[in-house]
Design a protein around this ligand. Structure first.
Ligand code: FE2
Ligand code: FE2
Length: 290
């Protein structure tokens, strides 16, 4: 199985720099085959913030799959946002906002869902959808095919569903035959689930994995966290993804495994494997809401 680490929403310019070294250490210990960074690298999209983000990413292992978030365009100055767009992101982080990673077991594609307007919401264009369909349908079905975006396509019932990416139902319908797992960030809360509940796409339900914010101060009532996934063939040869959430332990000052959930591909699509659900009680003090 492949080891994938997903970090998200670093928000350099509004982050806790004391978490950077522990996060780096945790990631290095997990020895990922690929590191996914699902957007909002910076807070205001200034040169200084992007240089800080770039220099931090340079200390992390690769290959790295980065997609931009809505804060990676100038966020608090709409004129600058409209004029600059993602130019600083492309200058300091990566010129390609649609990166790909492929090996013998997994295929990951990134897509940019961030727009000048709306400043918080996002979407995929018809052109992007067609390109994604072509990219995913061109690789063998045996690979676990994963899409990473900043904005989520699905969330657990009742959890800030207004923050789901625009036209998500249309995108899910188009992508479900070709994609296994959706990875996203943006809402600063971690979760995972199956799209079957919201989209009723029996047979083509996808697994979705949300990363919390790994080092920012913009906590939404949850400790800083990141995701570690083991992706590939399960015990019976079916596709499987084990999602482990690593959460910041304030007392021990380390990121440590908090809980784990497994998803498998069956006849009805991707579904949570309840039998293997595992959870630990964390001793960390809950983070106050901002
Ligand atoms: Fe964010
Ligand atoms: Fe965001």
């Amino acid at each position: 199985m492949r080891r994938v680490v997903q970090i998200s929403d670093l928000h350099f310019g509004n982050n806790d720099v004391s978490l950077l070294a522990p996060l780096r250490q945790a990631i290095l210990t997990l020895e990922p085959h690929v590191l996914v960074i699902s957007g909002d690298l910076v807070e205001h999209a200034t040169d200084v913030e992007f240089i800080q983000a770039r220099d931090f990413l340079a200390t992390l292992p690769g290959p790295q799959m980065v997609v931009p978030g809505n804060h990676d365009l100038p966020f608090y100055n709409f004129f600058e946002r409209a004029v600059m767009g993602l130019s600083r992101y492309k200058k300091f982080i990566h010129s390609d906002t649609s990166p790909e990673y492929r090996d013998d077991e997994i295929f990951i594609v990134g897509a940019n869902t961030s727009r000048v307007w709306p400043i918080r919401g996002g979407s995929l264009s018809s052109t992007q959808l067609k390109r994604l369909e072509a990219q995913f349908s061109a690789v063998p079905e045996e690979l676990v095919r994963m899409l990473v975006t900043h904005h989520p396509f699905d969330l657990p019932e009742g959890q800030q569903s207004r923050l789901i990416v625009g036209h998500a139902r249309k995108s899910i319908a188009a992508l479900a035959p070709f994609v296994d797992v959706l990875m996203a960030g943006h809402i600063h809360l971690s979760s995972s689930g199956s799209t079957a509940a919201r989209y009723k796409t029996q047979g083509h339900a996808l697994a979705f994995v949300q990363a919390g914010t790994c080092v920012s101060n913009r906590n939404k009532g949850e400790n800083n966290s990141f995701n570690f996934m083991r992706v590939g063939d399960g015990l019976n040869g079916e596709k499987a993804v084990v999602v482990e959430r690593y959460s910041w332990d304030k007392q021990q000052r380390v990121f440590r495994k908090q809980d784990s959930e497994e998803y498998q591909l069956g006849k009805a699509g991707w579904a949570r494997c309840e039998a293997n659900k595992e959870a630990e009680v964390v001793t960390a003090t809950p983070t106050e809401a901002p």
